[in-house]
Design a binder for this molecule. Structure first.
Ligand SMILES: *Cc1c(COP(=O)(O)O)cnc(C)c1O
Length: 390
């Protein structure tokens, strides 16, 4: 073993191997020779050069998500929005038109409405439960459809079978943000989509301590274009976040099963509470898309439950304050249950009238159900709802 001039002594490599994946924070990799470096850049030899262009912790994590999604060559990005942005920036050009679901993630809507127009890219938003509305929005210059399977926070289920068929018939690139549904409920590529995206920050990593995105493509030309945007715009993931997410992902299946069972039980519990206007869970027969959810999702109805209480913002505040042990936090997919409120977080940019059109009053809440003991969860909500009586 020889020592580096500035960094002696070097890391010793014995014949033993670490069981867990090592965290490799190095930004830069040394090569044996100019020939070896050229081979790495060309992709004819494995290895890394500079971590904005790829690193070991991202590659390990991407291969694991690939296997869940039935994808090959998936890429990690620094956030879920970096995955959405790099995909649209790579595949759309000036003069193109994109169609998005009208209940996409808030920042995806912002990307379409505020950022892409500056590049001369137009968009139309449509109700993704209505395939005829999707088809009617297609123009000669339409290139791409951006869809989520289950909408946030009203949990409507897109007509994905028809949308896949429309995309194929009109030769449009179908991009599915699979964050809410996860590969346990829906596999976009197997269903006929061209590209699958995740905010890995949410359910896949699952502990609210890593921010990452993932994107995988069927067409190698799409992959190459998106990879170029990730590296050039610098949408690169950090090794530490990839390493944390890899650990989180190991328990993803267990967490999802448990959280989903809790969500079904909690939805039924909420339905019995005085002061409840409606509970929204795709697994309940009273959900408007219950049959489609059953057919499309396996049926895996997921861990998200929304509900609406009667009354004003004052009632919403009373409910939250009466449940001090339930984190009121604008995220989803954490190992623990979190509660969020559309009017004050995800949909605060909309007017009350526009929120009402999407079915969200000031009493509208969304629960991302976690893995707690179900009786503890039920008791917390019973306590919250009893504060509404006063
Ligand atoms: C959170 C989220 C995103 C954005 O992901 P970040 O990791 O927060 O950037 C995109 N799509 C959906 C559906 C999300 O829930």
């Amino acid at each position: 073993m020889s020592d580096d001039l500035a960094r002696r002594p070097t890391y010793s490599e014995g014949s033993s191997r670490a069981l867990s994946t090592p965290l490799q924070p190095s930004v830069v990799y040394r090569a044996e020779s100019p020939d070896a470096l050229n081979a790495t850049y060309d992709g004819t030899a494995p290895g890394y050069t500079y971590s904005r262009e790829g690193h070991a912790n991202a590659a390990v994590l991407a291969r694991k998500i690939d296997s869940l999604e039935g994808a090959t060559g998936g890429m990690m990005t620094g956030s879920g929005m970096a995955a959405v942005s790099s995909t649209l920036l790579a595949l759309l050009s000036q003069g193109d038109h994109v169609i998005g679901g009208n209940q996409l993630y808030g920042r995806s809507l912002r990307l379409l409405s505020t950022e892409l127009p500056r590049y001369g890219i137009a968009h139309t938003l449509v109700d993704a439960t209505d395939a005829s509305a999707v088809e009617a929005a297609i123009r000669p210059e339409t290139r791409l459809l951006l869809m989520e399977v289950v909408s946030n926070p009203t949990l409507r289920v897109a007509d994905m079978e028809a949308i896949v068929e429309i995309a194929k018939r009109h030769k449009l690139i179908l991009v599915v943000d699979n964050t809410f549904t996860t590969p346990l409920a829906y596999k976009p590529l197997a269903a006929g989509a061209d590209i699958v995206i995740h905010s890995v920050t949410k359910l896949l990593a699952g502990h609210s301590d890593a921010m990452l995105g993932y994107v995988a493509c069927v067409d190698p030309a799409h992959r190459e274009a998106i990879d170029g945007v990730i590296q050039t715009h610098g949408f690169t993931p950090s090794p530490y976040d990839c390493w944390m997410a890899e650990r989180g992902l190991m328990s993803f299946g267990l967490r999802y099963d448990r959280a989903e069972a809790n969500a079904a039980a909690l939805a039924d519990h909420l339905a019995k509470q005085p002061g409840l206007e409606r509970v929204i869970y795709p697994g309940r027969p009273d959900h408007p898309d219950h049959n489609r959810a059953g057919a499309l999702l396996g049926p895996r109805f997921g861990n998200m439950v929304s509900f609406e209480i009667a009354g004003s913002l004052a009632a919403a505040n009373r409910l939250v304050k009466a449940m001090p042990n339930l984190p009121f936090a604008p995220t989803l997919g954490d190992i623990g249950t979190t509660l969020s409120h559309a009017a004050s977080s995800s949909h605060r940019a909309l007017s009350p009238e526009d929120r009402a059109k999407l079915g969200m009053s000031d009493g509208f809440f969304r629960i991302s159900v976690g893995i707690e003991e179900i009786d503890t969860l039920k008791a917390e909500f019973t306590q919250g709802f009893s504060a509404l009586k006063g």
